[in-house]
Design a protein around this ligand. Structure first.
Ligand SMILES: [Cu+2]
Length: 277
């Protein structure tokens, strides 16, 4: 049916289209899988929708490329006029996308409901955004502290500091007082702002919510793995939001421990929670 050259082009295109998802999947360009039930659900939803998009692209571009090659004028193709204003075709190409959208809305709604469901939380932390730091208040625990960029990063970033940022550990990522919460615990976060709009974003928890003055936004996470998780402000909030490379202003670390009352050496201490201002 096709000549050898056409077949070669078709095989090359098919190979390229087939390789695209493999390249995006599990690569550094993809979303992080995260460490919470919500982040896993978000990742799975993202991948499901991604594969649906891939399937649609293969069908649509496949049909298009096939038509372009098989029915080209030089091959003696004659334009077909029967499809113009065909009611049957109009119904099919309206109904099929609607069905696809409805099918995609089901898992999307499920994930959204899960993200908003803060029932049964074991710990509530009120987080207030300031220019340019965060305040963490563990509700009912009498614990409150401020968290800002760590001193060594802050010194290194100053103009003419003479400090090579490469020598600073976790440059622009570490903070002086990280938020510490227990592992396998449902933590509800209440987000608000004190001056301008900020946004509390921790990719590993799949949380990115605005912290707006006068409003309280709600979210939750349940970290399943002990570790240090880096976050950053995700809303342009003023001078020092942009000064950091890669938008890493107001980095915060949420440190997950078995018991949040333990300090870095595993001994219980409240010293880390002293307000810094
Ligand atoms: Cu900001």
């Amino acid at each position: 049916m096709f000549d050898v050259k056409t077949r070669k082009v078709a095989i090359l295109l098919a190979g390229f289209i087939a390789a695209l998802p493999a390249w995006g999947y599990e690569s550094s360009y993809n979303m992080t899988r995260g460490v919470t039930p919500v982040s896993h659900a978000v990742y799975e939803l993202h991948m499901t929708i991604f594969w649906v998009c891939v399937a649609i692209a293969v069908v649509v571009f496949g049909a298009m490329i096939y038509s372009l090659i098989a029915f080209r004028k030089s091959a003696g193709a004659i334009p077909d006029k029967t499809l113009t204003h065909s009611t049957k075709v109009e119904i099919v190409w309206t109904a099929v996308p609607v069905l696809i959208l409805v099918a995609m809305a089901v898992p999307a709604a499920k994930t959204l409901i899960m993200m908003e469901d803060t029932r049964g939380s074991e710990l509530s932390v009120k987080i207030t955004g300031y220019q340019w730091q965060w305040q963490y208040e563990y509700l009912g625990e009498g614990v409150s502290f401020y968290s800002k960029l760590s001193q060594d990063s802050n010194e290194a970033r100053q103009r003419g500091s003479g400090i090579d940022p490469a020598t600073v550990k976790d440059y622009l990522l570490s903070v002086d007082n990280p938020m510490v919460v227990p592992v396998d615990t449902k933590v509800r976060v209440l987000l608000t702002g004190s001056d301008v709009i900020h946004a509390w974003w921790v990719p590993d928890f799949a949380i990115k919510k605005d912290a707006i003055p006068g409003f309280v936004n709600e979210s939750w996470f349940k970290a399943e793995k002990i570790g240090h998780y880096v976050g950053q402000c995700a809303e342009l909030c003023g001078r020092d939001h942009r000064r950091q490379r890669g938008g890493r202003r107001q980095p915060r670390r949420a440190v997950i421990r078995k018991d949040p009352r333990e300090d870095n050496h595993g001994t219980r201490s409240h010293a880390r929670r002293r307000p810094s201002r």
